[in-house]
Design a protein around this ligand. Structure first.
Ligand code: SF4
Length: 225
């Protein structure tokens, strides 16, 4: 199985943006044009609270680890799991400093409702696939917690979802290596998209920001005598 060198790892969280809209991911991760809006600000606040390391704890037969760094050489990604719950289970893995065996279950916190559950599930599945590679175990299920509706949803990590994650990450690596931003493809999510101002979805034939700057430079050169 081939592996990516560490300097080619992509941010794991990007897969959620890519699943929502490949152009949104490319504007942020290739062109570095991050523009926040109210939704992203609320999400940042929630993750700050979830990632507070003082919240690590043990509840009965469950260890709760917050802000756990994860990576996968085969997928070429690195990131941080909001929460990984380790459930006491004889089919689990050993945990340093703890007796017994523990089965890891990632939990990803989202500030909104479940309207982006597919994109969220892709991110969650990528986290689980990293943990499987790091801990040499199988993780059949994981959970999404939606703060706006205070609901926790079980996500089955099916072969189809895993294949979708692999395909998306392979495409992200291809686009990143070429420095290519996909063109605008209008979708319902454009209305609340944090990249709307730089993407200009109303201009279907809009060039990428990089293409725009290159075009402007070329035009200046042509004007010089
Ligand atoms: S505005 Fe629409 S097309 Fe543009 S990045 Fe956002 S979701 Fe994608």
């Amino acid at each position: 199985m081939s592996a990516y060198p560490e300097d080619e790892y992509l941010a794991l969280s990007g897969i959620q943006h890519f699943a929502f809209c490949p152009r949104q991911w490319a504007l942020g991760h290739i062109e570095c044009l991050w523009v926040g809006n109210l939704l992203t600000a609320e999400g940042d606040l929630l993750h700050e609270r979830v990632h507070d390391p003082t919240f690590d704890e043990k509840r009965g037969d469950r260890l709760i680890v917050r802000a756990m760094p994860v990576a996968s050489a085969t997928l070429g990604i690195r990131g941080v799991c909001d929460v990984v719950e380790f459930l006491c289970d004889e089919n689990g893995v050993p945990v340093t400093g703890r007796k017994g065996r523990w089965r890891p279950v990632p939990v990803e916190y989202k500030h909104g409702d479940n309207s982006s559950v597919h994109a969220d599930s892709m991110q969650l599945c990528a986290q689980a696939m990293c943990l499987e590679e790091m801990l040499c175990c199988d993780i059949p299920e994981a959970y999404l917690y939606y703060a706006a509706v205070k609901r926790r949803e079980r996500v089955e990590l099916t072969p189809e979802l895993r294949a979708a994650v692999r395909d998306a990450l392979a495409e992200m690596h291809r686009l990143y290596a070429r420095g290519h931003t996909p063109r605008v493809k209008k979708r319902p999510g454009c209305r609340s998209c944090a990249m709307r101002e730089v993407c200009l979805p109303g201009l279907e034939k809009a060039r990428s920001a990089v293409e725009y700057i290159r075009g402007a430079i070329d035009a200046c050169r042509e004007e010089k005598p």
